[in-house]
Design a protein around this ligand. Structure first.
Ligand SMILES: *Cc1c(COP(=O)(O)O)cnc(C)c1O
Length: 365
């Protein structure tokens, strides 16, 4: 089977060297030297400051909400955050887990990111934050969102799980918002098997989060505040360092795959509209068909031909019962019903890719 993505496996020899080092030092976790090195290397590569590595992208979101005072342990309060229904479930479930009610606002039909007009309509007296997603690596309308947040004194936490390395107007997209979170799960463009990071705008928030992610323990005899365990370990960091070393080759191979799909399919299918002044990381290749029926049919045909295209993101999160299943968001629901993500990874061959394209084109005739 050709999967929708394959984890990037870096040079085994290099990984072995890092692991030899871990064995020599006998330092396996708790802010070890490889975690420190990866933090520095990622800050340099991404062009950001105040980056905090954590054990996965979901805890990155949860700790960001906590550190920024969006979630609360006060049971009298019922904070809300405005977010997108067109995302992976962790964007909204992480809010719910933290006692923050996700309130959905609909997306833009072209870029599939939260539409600022709809954010304004979803504001209530309980709103504390906006949690937009740079979906499939597409930059949200950050200027408009910043303006709404400033006007109402909301925190903005971007779920940037898909936006590794994306620059917008000449600088890292991760510099927008009070915090931006990344996922380094094995299926993501850059990964550390499991892992994640938070990029904070302010150093104070980074310091707060550092305490939180290590049980609230601040010294050998000091427990200052409520915390959790979200530490990245040395083996994760070793994988991250090796994947980062080869990121340029990985990006180049993905770009080739991406451009071939685009050349072959953009005439007949709806693709995601890319904002101007943004470069792209080729993390995903989503296509939207004219109807749900056709999308499902093509997914079946591909499967018969040994190819797994996935319905990302389906269902639209406003339809998930425990997330409130409030009023449906029509644009998100519509795009979610007609979308497929096509296989994209560095080792996907041109022959395999042409087979995929031919199955799709055959069905479109
Ligand atoms: C992958 C992903 C997450 C969760 O990250 P994990 O590292 O798997 O916990 C959150 N949000 C989005 C949009 C994602 O794609």
């Amino acid at each position: 089977m050709i999967p929708v993505t394959k984890p990037y496996l870096p040079s085994r020899e290099k990984l072995d060297k890092y692991i030899d080092g871990i064995y020599e030092r006998e330092w396996l976790t708790n802010n070890g030297p490889l975690v420190q090195e990866l933090t520095k290397r990622l800050e340099e590569y991404l062009g950001v400051e105040n980056l905090l590595l954590v054990s996965n992208g979901t805890l990155a979101l949860q700790i960001a909400y906590r550190a920024l005072g969006v979630s609360t342990t006060n049971r009298e309060e019922k904070p809300e955050a405005i977010t997108t229904p067109f995302s992976f479930v962790a964007t909204a479930s992480s809010l719910k887990w933290e006692g923050v009610e996700p309130v959905f606002a609909d997306i833009d039909p072209g870029t599939w990111c939260l539409d600022p007009k709809n954010i304004e309509k979803a504001i209530t007296p309980e709103t504390k934050a906006i949690v937009p997603v740079h979906v499939f690596g597409n930059a949200c309308e950050v200027e408009a969102i910043d303006e709404i947040a400033k006007k109402h004194n909301f925190k903005v936490i971007y779920d940037a799980a898909h936006a590794f390395g994306v620059n917008y107007k000449g600088e890292s997209l991760l510099r927008h918002g009070d915090a931006a979170t990344l996922s380094f799960h094995a299926t993501k463009l850059f990964h550390s098997i499991e892992g994640g990071a938070i990029v904070f705008k302010r150093k104070e928030d980074l310091e707060t989060a550092k305490k939180m992610m290590s049980f609230g323990i601040t010294g050998p005899d000091a427990i200052e505040e409520l915390g959790i365990n979200a530490k990245m370990n040395e083996f994760q960091a070793a994988m991250g360092l090796c994947v980062l070393d080869e990121i340029e080759e990985n990006l180049k191979a993905r770009a080739t795959v991406w451009h071939l799909y685009e050349r072959e399919l953009s005439q007949s299918l709806q693709l995601q509209v890319k904002p101007e002044e943004q470069d792209y990381n080729y993390a995903y290749f989503p296509v939207v068909f004219e109807s749900e029926e056709r999308a499902v049919k093509i997914a079946e045909n591909l499967k018969e031909n040994g190819v797994l295209a996935r319905r990302y993101f389906y269902p639209s999160l406003d339809a998930v019962e425990y997330l409130g299943a409030g009023k449906p968001e029509p644009i998100s629901k519509d795009i979610a019903s007609r979308i497929l993500c096509l296989p994209i990874y560095n080792k996907l061959s041109e022959v395999e890719q042409h087979n995929i394209i031919n199955v799709i084109k055959g069905e479109l005739k």
